[in-house]
Design a protein around this ligand. Structure first.
Ligand SMILES: Nc1ncnc2c1ncn2[C@@H]1O[C@H](COP(=O)(O)OP(=O)(O)O)[C@@H](O)[C@H]1O
Ligand SMILES: C=C(OP(=O)(O)O)C(=O)O
Ligand SMILES: [Ca+2]
Ligand SMILES: [Mn+2]
Length: 697
């Protein structure tokens, strides 16, 4: 007998001893019982010495009177387990293998699965490899807290790697990998390990994103190398702030070292783009279950079989958001850095946990990769009518892409990021990311109902006891969000693809209150407004802020484009022309005066306007032309009071209206100056038309 078995033998003896002590006898088989009988009032009484085995004077235990024949302890089905551990192991069965193992016998089948796990771990280890050490970290599958329960497959280092004796501590330890966990597993991880994670009354997971509750565009850096130097848009107005390759590697090392120092990392392998020919494989390595569940919802979820054959990712995100960048590093101007290296196909996130950085970061990558394939990437929502008519909804943050593309009478293709190829449109993502501030069940029932188990609810406030969310509460931020899989919307179009768009709707939330609720645009006007990318929002939370602030963001998403805006504009113009799409400008902002005196356009009216665009009725309406912007506005729209269609009618102070209109016109003009020297499309004709499509005064 070796020491171990001696020890366990001794332990068994001890357990038996304790059992005997508790039962009060050296012969536990001997019956001594207490008979508990119901007295009919639901109370139990103890009758002593009545039982058959009451020889030692101790009563027998019985939960019910025998004669009423309700309780049959002895006949009730019993669990098949002999021990508590065995019972617990019965509860969770192993996931079924996805590849049918026809005729393959046990041992070989196991080997195949183990082989597959080993390959996955090797691939992840390679992703997490430090660039200055020789091997990737040692990885183990599963939660370290559940070592005994989870099958462990350790990463056997490749033979061609010589063992490094100058290794650091981090290369000696194991890192656990939580690979493509399910929402339920991620809930448990988040609730157990991440402060600020709670289940709300509807079943959604409430999370906190930390100090950053929105994107940090000033902290975005893009590696400028020989290729990107020529290809990308640099300089004034560009969102691409340069960094060099070396600095990228410094930040990458910082993120990778941080991730490798943890007990465990979460890894998602997923897809982008529903167009199968242009699908991109992405890997997201992060430290938080919140980030993993967010990306699970937002990217396209692979089937178990697709995951088995995933192979090497096309793009990898290292999200070390809890850890700041080093301010002494060149190019760093804050402790936050979001770094894109197109050559290495990698992105590093340091110093921000806002999950939107990941989805919008990948969108930037698509804005680079897709135009190279003559596919236009679009910052737009997209839906389709019963007859197959597709509409795009362009707009900056908060202008209504998600709200208006989620339409109970139409199929949802996607709420935010799309591609327009020769075949039609495809969603890049597998989920939606809705703003939740002031969300109401009545006005937005589909979004309301999508906030259920599996949905990530960021930075919302809820009742600590009932866990009911107060969507009016801005205590954490105004930018509260819900991220849910697209199939949580009942009429989602799966797969998320559709034919060529018929209507291109440009959304502007005009807080000046001078843009009409809807205008029909010709192609040159559509391009003018697309390149301008106007919206105006109000600070909102700050006291005394009366003046709306105009924002111009080229292509309604300058923060995400990688090439010069005119490249995307030229592609949009040629596609719209080729497929005969109509452009519209819809003001989802103020009416009856600027912010402060007027009020926000009623969502119900905007929906009626959108309905009339979809149905084709608005195309054949009567139109008149506005001053300054020269916009064609309809005189009537079903379900909308006619007097609001021309904003001048809604302002009581006509002089103030005219001044504000001219002010906004001036802002448009100033903004467009930088584009006057560029050619859009093949000939000068369109360029001249676009320049002429702006405000005149
Ligand atoms: N007339 C309107 N049209 C569209 N959205 C409106 C309107 N009035 C108020 N809203 C609100 O504005 C917000 C629009 O946000 P969202 O649809 O998420 O924008 P985006 O997807 O473009 O970032 C929502 O909270 C919506 O309820
Ligand atoms: C997630 C974002 O997109 P949107 O507000 O357009 O939905 C964002 O801009 O951070
Ligand atoms: Ca967006
Ligand atoms: Mn949105």
């Amino acid at each position: 007998m070796n020491f171990n078995s001696l020890y366990s033998h001794a332990k068994l003896q001890m357990h038996l001893c304790m059992l005997f002590i508790i039962s009060g006898s050296t012969n536990p088989a001997r019956d001594r019982s207490i008979e508990m009988a119901s007295n009919g009032n639901g109370n139990a009484s103890v009758a002593t010495g009545k039982g058959s085995g009451g020889r030692n004077g101790l009563p027998k235990i019985q939960t019910q009177k025998r004669q009423n024949a309700i309780c049959h302890d002895d006949t009730a089905p019993t669990v098949k387990a002999q021990t508590i551990d065995e019972l617990h192991s019965l509860q969770r069965k192993k996931s079924a293998p996805t590849t049918p193992l026809d005729g393959v016998q046990g041992a070989f089948a196991n080997l195949t699965e183990e082989e597959r796990h080993k390959q996955q771990l090797q691939s992840i280890s390679a992703s997490l490899a430090s660039l200055t050490r020789e091997t990737g970290p040692k990885l183990v599958r599963g939660d370290p807290a559940r070592q005994s329960e989870t099958p462990r497959v350790s990463h056997a280092p490749d033979h061609h790697f010589a063992p490094t004796f100058s290794a650091s501590d981090s290369s000696l330890k194991f890192t656990h990998v939580l690979y493509n966990l399910s929402p339920a597993e991620l809930y448990e991880q988040a609730i157990h390990y991440e402060k600020g994670s709670f289940i709300t009354s509807s079943g959604a997971l409430a999370t906190l994103s930390g100090a950053k509750t929105g994107r940090s565009p000033k902290d975005k850096r893009v590696v400028r190398d020989e290729t990107t130097e020529d290809e990308l848009w640099w300089g004034k107005g560009s969102p691409n702030i340069e960094m060099d390759e070396h600095t990228f590697l410094v930040n990458r090392e910082r993120a990778v070292d941080y991730l490798n120092s943890l007990d465990k990392v979460v890894v998602n392998d997923q897809f982008l783009n529903w167009d199968p020919e242009n699908r991109i494989k992405v890997r997201i390595v992060s430290a938080r279950a919140y980030h993993s569940l967010f990306m699970h919802n937002m990217c396209i979820r692979p089937t178990a079989e697709e995951l088995e054959n995933f192979g090497t990712p096309d793009f990898t995100i290292y999200n070390a958001g809890q850890f700041p960048c080093n301010r002494y590093t060149h190019y760093m101007t804050s402790s936050t850095s979001i770094d894109l290296n197109l050559g290495r196909r990698e992105m590093v996130i340091l110093g921000t946990q806002y999950a939107g950085e990941m989805k919008k970061g990948l969108f930037g990558v698509m804005h680079y990769l897709m135009p190279k394939r003559q596919i236009l990437s679009l910052h737009s929502g997209c839906n389709m009518g019963k007859n197959g008519d597709v509409a795009l909804f362009f707009g900056l943050s908060g202008t209504g892409k998600t709200t208006l593309s989620t339409d109970h009478n139409r199929y949802l293709i996607g709420d935010d990021e799309h591609c327009w190829s020769d075949k039609g449109v495809s969603n890049i993502e597998g989920g939606c990311y809705a703003k939740c501030i002031d969300l109401s069940r009545e006005k937005e029932p589909d979004i309301w109902n999508a906030i259920k188990f599996g949905t990530v609810l960021e930075n919302v406030v809820f009742d600590e006891h009932t866990r009911e969310v107060d969507y009016l509460d801005k205590s954490v931020t105004e930018n509260t969000r819900a991220a849910y899989p697209i199939e949580y919307i009942p009429n989602a179009k799966i797969p998320c693809v559709g034919p060529h768009p018929k209507n291109v709707i440009l959304l502007a939330c005009d807080a000046f209150g001078v843009l009409p609720p809807v205008s029909k645009l010709n192609l040159a006007q559509t391009m003018y407004h697309f390149i301008s990318g106007y919206t105006a929002l109000v600070a909102g939370t700050e006291e005394g802020v009366k003046e709306p602030r105009a924002t111009f963001s080229a292509c309604f998403g300058a923060a995400f484009i990688m090439l010069h805006p005119t490249k995307y504009a030229a592609m949009l113009a040629s596609k719209m022309e080729k497929h005969g799409a109509t452009g519209w400008l819809v003001n989802t902002g103020w009416s009856g005066g600027s912010y402060g005196s007027g009020s926000r356009m009623k969502l119900a009216y905007t929906r009626k306007i959108i309905d009339a665009i979809h149905s084709g009725k608005l195309l054949s309406a009567n139109y008149k032309k506005t001053q300054v912007f020269g916009l064609e506005i309809p005189t009537e729209v079903e379900g909308v009071p006619s007097e609001i269609l021309d904003p001048v009618n809604t302002w009581s102070d006509k002089k103030a209206y005219k001044e504000t209109l001219l002010k906004l016109g001036g802002l448009f003009k100033n903004n467009f100056e930088v584009f006057l020297n560029y050619k859009i499309g093949k000939d000068d004709k369109l360029t001249q038309e676009i320049v002429g499509a702006g405000p005149k005064f």
